[in-house]
Design a protein around this ligand. Sequence first.
Ligand code: FAQ
Length: 307
Amino acid sequence: MSEDDFTRLVEAEQRVEPRDWMPDGYRRTLIRQIAQHAHSEIIGMQPEANWISRAPSLRRKAILLAKVQDEAGHGLYLYAATETLGADRAELTENLINGRQKYSSIFNYPTLTFADVGVIGWLVDGAAICNQVPLCRTSYGPYARAMIRICKEESFHQRQGYELLMTMMRGTAQQRAMVQDAVNRWWWPSLMMFGPSDTESANTEQSMAWRIKRHTNDELRQRFVDMSVPQADALGVALPDPDLRWNAERDHYDFGEIDWAEFWRVVGGNGPSNRQRVAHRRKAHEDGAWVREAAAAYASRQEEVVA
Ligand code: FAQ
């Protein structure tokens, strides 16, 4: 397949598959984005895992445990998708724990109360769905197919978060205050998940041309705001933005300016929990060395038996 064939295939909305010819930049961009996505799923287990042992009932504990396990599964499908592009998974993990590859800024904020578990489900999984449903139509086949399953599970996650918050809002004044406090802390970081504004986004134009990204960062952020306002009303919480108001001319909600200095600080490794998150991942990786060695020894023994 030539470069022209590749361009025609992508423009005809067909899927690029692992054995097809592809430009080096396309391959590199996919590995970068999918690896960052996989790292986010794996690092994203930490803020919620913090509450598994302290969930207030057996039911809430079982739900949270299942959700955190789902995130591990998402990380694995996504690492497997990078392998179809020739990436080495062990190398990607090294890149994560050595700070050479990024993961989503959102997971560098601490989970201070159990209401944070509900708000992560509602807002963080909600933002993830907004961003990821269009990726089910991304041009690279293995990524698109992984996203279909991931989005189904993320929808369940979002609903469990919203249901937890509904329950807390029907509870005591103290529980309602906990939910509002969590919303105040997570709203702006959730908007940052969509990445820099379109004028600052280095990769969007090329990624849209290659049909890797299907919408710009600002388009998806606006979709998320429009979706979240009525949900906040139904829940009875206030979103912490004095500039948030319906704009009938645009047919969208206007919203305030994101603190981009904070965004870049967190992306640059200096958010509230960056060091703790990476140190924890590094320790888990080192503690798991014996499992990898044992699995490799077992696999080579099996090969000898077959031979
Ligand atoms: N955090 O040029 P762009 C989840 C970087 S959901 C950190 O606009 P691009 C589910 C970006 O990499 C979260 N870095 O980049 C879950 C680039 O740097 P580079 C993960 C960010 O790629 C829920 C630079 O800024 N979802 O895990 C962020 O075209 C609950 C310039 O930006 C995905 O990864 C950020 N927020 O657009 C799990 C979805 N934003 O690499 C557990 C797939 C930007 O050039 C619990 N990814 N950067 O050095 C995407 O859709 C895209 O990669 C974007 C960024 C939209 C995130």
